[in-house]
Design a protein around this ligand. Structure first.
Ligand SMILES: [Zn+2]
Length: 213
């Protein structure tokens, strides 16, 4: 892993009162690096970019390779944690998936307030219905937390989810040293996408940084 640092003073709207220094991570899944590169090229240069030159495959492994794959996956994210800990307070992990129906995004985090803010921002950009379908948010929680919320919730209260689980180690997504946000941008076809895809992704990254501030 190598760090491409472009450290400069952050503008007030990005620096945030909590001093969240943001970094965008690209290439955790190697097939998605070229998309990440295009997004990073036009990103506000005051957001650092961490490129993972040789990530792991984003394709789900064959049954006999699951153990090896999960081990590699965990190792990569624990290495990433070493790289960002003490250096960044906000870690945005960019991924690219495929959705033949068209471009959209999922945003994953343990921080419910941040997710709400990101979705609110999307509704502001694209209109309420469109924004809600273009950008979906998923709250990461441990199994124990999901059980606790479900068992203590009042039967008539709105659902606290949707909750999601992730193969990313809890030491990353639930770190108390930095806030982890995963963004998966779904494109209509495989590849690095086009200019509209990249600006859609950049806007979501910026919204995330602002919402974390
Ligand atoms: Zn990915």
């Amino acid at each position: 892993m190598s760090l491409a640092t472009k450290n400069g003073p952050l503008p007030p709207e990005l620096a945030g009162q909590r001093g969240l220094e943001p970094v965008l991570v690209i290439g955790a899944h190697r097939e998605e690096l070229s998309f990440g590169e295009r997004v990073a090229e036009g990103l506000d240069p005051r957001i650092d970019v961490l490129r993972i030159p040789v990530g792991i495959s984003g394709h789900w492994p064959r049954p006999d390779e699951v153990f090896y794959y999960e081990t590699r996956h965990r190792e990569l994210y624990l290495q990433l944690r070493q790289q960002v800990r003490g250096r960044y307070k906000l870690v945005i992990d960019l991924h690219r998936g495929i959705n033949q129906a068209g471009r959209c995004a999922d945003v994953y985090s343990r921080d419910a307030e941040l997710l709400q803010c990101v979705q609110h921002a999307a509704k502001g950009h694209y209109g309420s219905d469109m924004g809600a379908s273009l950008v979906q948010v998923v709250r990461l929680a441990s199994r124990a937390e999901i059980c606790r919320v479900n068992s203590t919730a009042h039967p008539t209260s709105p659902p606290a989810g949707p909750f999601g689980k992730t193969v990313i180690p809890a030491g990353v997504w639930d770190s108390n040293k930095f806030l982890y946000v995963g963004i998966e941008i779904y494109l209509a076809c495989d590849g690095q996408g086009d200019a509209e895809d990249w600006s859609f992704a950049r806007r979501l990254v910026l919204d995330t940084v602002r919402c974390a501030s």
